[in-house]
Design a protein around this ligand. Structure first.
Ligand code: ADP
Length: 219
């Protein structure tokens, strides 16, 4: 088995973007879609692209997907096809199956049938964009659980030159700065004496409420 082989099933907007990015990152990607046009559009950009119905067990077996590191089910609208494909992939022994869900219920079913990771691209992007709209200094936010997140916050001009001891987000809001990304490099686990400059990026961890309070101060 070659390292870094991915199968992407469903070459819609999400699947095709994911597949292209994996290729750009240097991995081998097999793209599958039942729609010939979708496959044609991607065929010269992926390692292999095949027209096939992913709910057809024989076809899936013949493509050797069992030996891939990871298969991503990027079928959205056809929930039945998404769930059947996920079951089939787990059944034939694919180590890691990731699947896109369009709703909480769809996600719950995918988890129940053994999918290793369920992703909600539309929901998560909506949350992300909302945060970025209200806090322009919030560059990114990753949800760790329903309660905790990690956020990247750009240091505004008025905080420039201050130490973490001075800003003291832990005592004031309960969230911790776990890294500072500077032009000169990243400072992991900074101390109280580390100074932040304008345009540095603070990586903070905490509950969503703690992060939100800190965001308010930064904006
Ligand atoms: P997006 O929102 O990312 O564009 P869609 O749900 O619109 O997602 O597209 C998913 C893709 O999955 C479509 O190109 C569709 O042809 C493909 N697809 C749906 N069902 C199957 C199936 N059973 N086997 C293979 N591909 C499928």
């Amino acid at each position: 088995m070659k390292r870094g082989q991915y199968a992407v099933i469903g070459l819609g907007r999400f699947g095709s973007s994911l597949a292209k990015e994996l290729v750009d990152l240097g991995y081998e990607v097999l793209g599958i879609d039942r729609d010939e046009e979708a496959v044609d559009e991607m065929s010269d950009q992926l390692t292999h692209a095949v027209v096939a119905d992913a709910t057809d067990e024989e076809v899936i077996r013949s493509l050797g997907i069992r030996n891939f590191d990871c298969a991503v089910v990027a079928i959205g609208d056809d929930m039945q096809a998404s769930i059947l494909t996920a079951i089939l992939l787990k059944d034939i022994g694919v180590k890691t199956v990731v699947a896109k869900a369009l709703s909480e219920l769809h996600g719950k079913v995918l988890t129940k049938v053994g999918v290793d990771r369920v992703i909600y691209p539309e929901r998560d992007m909506g949350i992300r964009v909302a945060h970025q709209l209200v806090s322009p200094n919030l560059l990114d936010i990753i949800e760790l659980s329903s309660e905790y997140s990690i956020a990247e916050i750009a240091v505004p001009k008025r905080m420039s030159g201050r130490t973490l001891e001075d800003l003291n987000p832990r005592a004031r809001y309960g969230c911790s700065v776990v890294a500072i990304n500077k032009k000169t490099g990243i400072v992991i686990a900074p101390t109280a004496h580390d100074v932040v400059e304008e345009k540095d990026v603070m990586v903070i961890i905490g509950t969503n409420e703690q992060i939100e309070s800190f965001e308010h101060e930064v904006n």
